[in-house]
Design a protein around this ligand. Structure first.
Ligand code: NAG
Ligand code: NAG
Ligand code: NAG
Ligand code: NAG
Ligand code: NAG
Ligand code: NAG
Ligand code: NAG
Ligand code: NAG
Ligand code: NAG
Ligand code: NAG
Length: 758
């Protein structure tokens, strides 16, 4: 399915599918089983599941229930195509825990490494050997193996421990993997079971959408010189971890994506031996015990695999973030300082710079410029053709800019100047014909209007495209579309965890998938494309996590996440707090940016980490009042129990969810909460840290003790953070930061604190 390339990948729409009727109405289910209950007669879990399924089908004469996948790592259980009566009978089976319907999933560089200050001379790149032996598993739309980003120049031999495979399939030969792309598998049984008779146009790991090629090269693409999107962003492309290995698990297809296939993909990735999993996909907001990503990732994290996920593209509304599970690294998106520009030279010789992404080097020299009140809003193709045939026309921001561009491109006008402050368009809009975009009330617009108003006739303009400007300010900013907290699946944990670059990210692209289009409808091809979304932020964080894993192989997934969070920056390049494009450039709250913008070199040496074990997650789950069945669905194992429970997870952020309706917890609107935390000294040796708290509206906050004296490396010390106060009327977010600072400010360990009634 062709999506306009710069559109957000926020919804994968599956509207062209038809259900094929069959005699027995079957649907796909995910069945969670307790492996400890497997009767000894069975040699393997596959054998047990297959036999279990056979026993269900005994009464059906025509068709038998079909096994799609047996899972052993992501979950314990299987997926199968079952009739209603078979599903009911499941409950009587030995070892049965729970069943859930299969559900659809949605999808959500040359420059970003510099913006993130990664460099060959010092910091995380050299310290991690560029992620040399770290393996990143990406579950996505597949990969374009011929892309230069996946060449293996300069790569050493594949680590011996790797158990993955490079499966052959349509237009994909197992010899296409190499020392960079070390695994390629594909999963579509669930898709086919849900849509019998569907035709799979590329039955292999080959990417026909572009999304997977883009995300995997963002995480770990090799060096490619001269990469650009039609001249924009020209430079040497590389992923965050240019020497890490990538394994692609294709489970998102042109005609849909299902949990059963995604679980099979994660199951394989865990078994194959990946170190990091990058998931630029989601199921929307669903309860934790039904979310296949949350469930499968619990198993991955238990095995020391860090899982990076996209926060979602449902912003700027609050409470839209997906993936609230506390064992995930949940990543929101930022826009960086790189601007793709078009230049206007006015008839009076004055030059002004605006934004553009028009993919052609169009020659527009001294063309008449039309400024006419009746067509100023560019709402009619016909009027535009009449008044501005072969001319450049000025459109102001009274309309949806996407529609204005569409009208312009359809008309006989030669091009346009668009004045708009619609931030989503600025971050993700397509520019199909010669258009330069200016911001309202900017100096550029003032210059233009002076020219138009002072010189009453014969206005003209020249336009130049394909320019790239660095150092835009302020940067970074929180993207408009990035989903915001609080998380509805799991109140009590602040999400997203952090933000990373997501807007107009340049990365590899399949040459036969449209990268851009001209107004004539002509599709343009490119080996690199600029794409926007939290789907692009997620692999940035995955790549950085891979570098940290390379530099600190002994760190747990929670320690790696903690290092990334507590060193994230909260300031932009104007030394102000980071601002929020989705909220009128007001200061961004931690509900939008989590702990802040990822800063890889600082994460290499965080000083202290908030570590968390699987047992801690279990204790936290125990406090959630889930049923036994829901609890077992997530933990898979009866070795965990709820003999102790704690709502207080050792997380690197503090989130106080206040229910204003709950009169028992508040007196005169006053509430209090105490958080217990434990920090591990991962600095070089003895160190003394002092607590530094910012003021928080409506709350007094204190930390005891407020000095932590470590005598040696890996020592753990605990502290309590106490907060007391009230929010007052309305929907309010009050926030501040706790910062542990060591002698000489060598380490700054910052955690956001949020109290809200949203
Ligand atoms: C795969 O590629 C190798 C080397 O190019 C070739 O010898 C082999 O025949 C190919 N296999 C298939 C199934 O196309
Ligand atoms: C896709 O390929 C797999 C493995 O080569 C094969 O088992 C399956 O039948 C194929 N599916 C379709 C729909 O062609
Ligand atoms: C402005 O556009 C209208 C509608 O196309 C046209 O009738 C009118 O002559 C134009 N005015 C100028 C000053 O060009
Ligand atoms: C108007 O045009 C004249 C020359 O045609 C130029 O000298 C003058 O600067 C222009 N005024 C503005 C405000 O652009
Ligand atoms: C003409 O240009 C000058 C500056 O060059 C500006 O101050 C003035 O407002 C302009 N006049 C009109 C009518 O726009
Ligand atoms: C405007 O341009 C036209 C064609 O170039 C020319 O004939 C006309 O004299 C110009 N008018 C003014 C006021 O400069
Ligand atoms: C779980 O139930 C206990 C006892 O009813 C209650 O105090 C607690 O707030 C509940 N926890 C959650 C997360 O709902
Ligand atoms: C508080 O009560 C209002 C009105 O009954 C309800 O709409 C809202 O959802 C409640 N809020 C919470 C957080 O329970
Ligand atoms: C400590 O807090 C004060 C006041 O909030 C602030 O001015 C100062 O910069 C902080 N120091 C550090 C190292 O964060
Ligand atoms: C990310 C980035 O561009 N940071 C720069 C922002 O500007 C400050 C000072 O203006 C620089 O120090 C940063 O390097």
């Amino acid at each position: 399915m062709a999506l306009p390339s710069h559109m957000l990948f926020h919804a994968w729409l599956f509207i062209t599918l038809h259900f094929v009727s069959s005699s027995v109405q079957r649907s796909t289910y995910l069945v969670h089983m307790n492996k400890a209950d497997m009767p000894q007669a069975f040699s393997s879990h596959q054998h047990w599941y297959a036999s279990t399924l056979q026993s269900l089908g005994a009464t059906t004469t025509t068709t038998k229930p079909a096994l799609l996948y047996s899972y052993d790592h992501a979950i314990h259980g299987f997926s199968a195509s079952l009739s209603p009566s078979e599903r009911i009978k499941l409950k009587e089976l030995t070892g049965f825990i729970s069943v859930q319907p299969d559900i659809p999933a949605y999808m959500e560089t040359t420059h970003t490494y510099k913006f993130l200050s990664l460099n060959p001379d010092s910091g995380l790149w050299p310290a991690s050997d560029y992620g040399k032996d770290v393996i990143i598993g990406v579950v996505d739309t597949g990969i374009w193996p011929e892309s230069k980003s996946f060449n293996d120049d300069g790569m050493t031999d594949v680590p011996m421990r790797w158990k993955g495979e490079c499966e052959s399939g349509s237009s994909f030969n197992s010899s296409m993997c190499n020392r960079k792309l070390i695994g390629a598998r594909f999963f579509n049984k669930g898709l086919i079971a849900s849509h019998p008779g569907i035709s799979i146009n590329m039955n292999s790991t080959r990417d026909t959408a572009g999304h997977g090629t883009h995300t995997s090269s963002t995480a770990s693409g090799n060096y490619v010189e001269g990469a650009s999107f039609f001249g924009y962003g020209l430079g040497t492309a590389r992923g965050m971890a240019p020497r890490a290995r990538v394994a692609m698990y294709k489970a998102l297809w042109d005609n849909g994506a299902y949990a059963s296939d995604i679980l099979a993909a994660i199951d394989s990735a865990i078994n194959d031996g990946v170190d990091v999993i990058s998931l630029s996909l989601g199921f929307g907001r669903i309860p934790l015990y039904l979310d296949p990503v949350a469930i499968a990732s619990f198993a991955a994290v238990e095995k020391g695999i860090i899982v990076s996920v996209a926060a979602g593209n449902k912003g700027p509304d609050s409470a839209t973030v997906q993936h609230g599970a506390p064992w995930l690294l949940t990543v929101g998106a930022s826009a960086t300082d790189r601007k793709f520009a078009g230049t206007l030279r006015l008839g009076n010789g004055v030059t002004i710079i605006g934004m553009s992404l028009f993919p052609e080097n169009a020659i527009i020299q001294d063309i008449p410029l039309v400024y006419n009140d009746t067509i100023y809003d560019c709402d009619s193709t016909q009027k535009l053709s009449q008044a501005a045939k072969d001319k450049i026309v000025l459109c102001a921001n009274t309309r949806d800019p996407t529609i204005q561009i569409f009208n312009l491109c359809e008309s006989e006008a030669a091009g346009g100047i668009l004045i708009t402050d619609v931030t989503l368009f600025l971050e993700a809009g397509d520019i199909l014909c010669p258009v330069v975009v200016l911001s309202p009330n900017s100096d550029e617009v003032e210059t233009l209007m002076n020219y138009l108003n002072n010189n009453s006739s014969n206005h003209s303009v020249s336009m130049k495209f394909q320019q790239t400007i660095y150092g835009g300010r302020p940067a970074p900013v929180v993207s408009t579309y990035t989903s915001r907290g609080p998380s509805m699946d799991l109140p009590g944990v602040l999400k997203p965890d952090l933000i990373a670059p997501g807007s107009k990210i340049l990365a590899a692209w399949p040459p036969n998938v449209r990268a851009a289009a001209l107004r004539t409808g002509l599709a343009l091809s490119s080996d690199f494309n600029l794409v926007t979304g939290t789907s692009m932020a997620c692999p940035h964080a995955a790549g950085i996590a891979a570098l940290l894993k390379g530099a600190h192989p002994e760190w747990s997934p929670a320690a790696i996440r903690s290092a990334m969070m507590t060193t994230a920056t909260t300031l932009d390049n104007t030394s102000s707090y980071i601002r929020d494009m989705g909220n009128n450039y007001e200061l961004a709250t931690p509900l939008a940016m989590g702990a802040g913008h990822v800063d890889p070199n600082k994460a290499l040496d965080p000083g202290l980490v908030y570590d968390t074990t699987s047992m801690d997650y279990v204790k936290f789950l125990c406090s959630m009042n889930y049923t036994e069945e829901q609890f077992l669905t997530i933990t898979r194992s009866s070795t965990y129990d709820c003999s102790s429970s704690s709502q207080d997870l050792n997380y690197p952020s503090f989130f106080f969810a206040i229910n204003s309706n709950d009169s028992t917890s508040s007196q005169n609107g006053m509430v209090a909460r105490e958080f217990q935390r434990e920090v591990t000294n991962v600095g070089d040796g003895a160190a003394t840290y002092k607590a530094n708290l910012t003021l928080m509206d409506g709350f007094s906050v204190s930390v005891t003790p407020d000095v932590l004296v470590f005598v040696e490396k890996y020592q753990k010390l605990t502290f309590a953070l106490h907060m007391e106060g009230g929010l007052g009327e309305g929907k309010i977010v009050s926030y501040g930061f706790l910062t542990w600072v060591d002698d000489g400010e060598k380490h700054i360990v910052r955690s956001p604190i949020v109290a809200t009634n949203i």
